[in-house]
Design a protein around this ligand. Sequence first.
Ligand SMILES: [Zn+2]
Length: 389
Amino acid sequence: MTTLYTNIGELTTNDANLGDGSVMGRLEGAALVEEDGRVAWVGEAAHAPAADVRVDCHAGAVVPGFVDSHTHLIFAGDRLEEFVARMAGTPYDGGGIRSTVAATRAASREQLHDASAARAGALFAGGVTTLEVKSGYDLTVEGEVRLLELARSFTNETTFLGAHALAPEFEDRDEYVELVAGAMTDACAAHARWADVFCDRGAFSVEQARHVLSSARAAGLELRLHAGQLADIGAVGLAVEMGCASVDHCTHVSDRDLAALAASSTVATLLPGAEFSTRSPYPDARRLLDAGVTLALATDCNPGTSYVTSMGFVIALGVREMGLTPDEALYGATRGGAAALRRGDVGHLGLGARADLVILDAPRAAHLAYRPGANLVARTVLAARGQGE
Ligand SMILES: [Zn+2]
């Protein structure tokens, strides 16, 4: 089965072997052929081979499907009142997570699934084709397993985040960390690919995070870390030390940790929806890029600090508020996100990649940043998955 996407206004492949030779791998007047879920041919529309199905892109731009590499999709309730209070001047300190824990524990599996499916649907409608989903709003052994099982119904990129906040039953953080690194990791490892810790001022310390991540790694999980959102406590350096695939937030990073990050393969995932929604200073994306760090952009979709379900909006924030060019932001939202998940098969449209793509109702990809607030996604295409996947 083959599908020809033709009459593409501007094709972004993120593959320097294609098109103009830039990292964006751009082509004008292009066509793309998908076969069994993979990109089989890219070139000038006039030279496109015959295919079983033909899709007219109506001169719209086509970009790789967005890779949202950081979400807290599975939760119940909302934190509207906290948001309203914050906009009236109350600063964010991470404390509101407990109210979502209470709501999530009280919700049935079906309620949680339906609320999360609505958010996943919004992300997909906005062009997301690969999604990471974390646990972290139950904080008991059985409850975290339940959240990861639910997460698995949306994606294979599931992340165990038992060390998201101190569970309400505990007063001693070290005691809770022992539970997370022990029984909770043992129970959750089979349901997750990744482990993560909220390592920041007022959350878990570098030492506690190192303990949780070490146990997770021993249980076969790969690692990522929340770091430098609220303060620099050396968490970015820990992410590099532990070989994390991604270190997320990175607003507060010392020069020393920045140098270590730049010399590593750890991706910095920036989540400008969080700064927008907490009215906080944005990370210095330019400083990170100039140092040679690979950037990803993601929604951080969560009820407390970034109830954002649009990657187009995140791209616009990256450009307007963090000084990225439209191409840098698009790359971060696609290939950068893929790197943050150690995925070579998504985030680009090179030959052999998954043919997950977004057809825009705009002639060029830069319209995503140029026209914030509009959903410019005409169609999100999740390629048919081949055998054995
Ligand atoms: Zn997060």
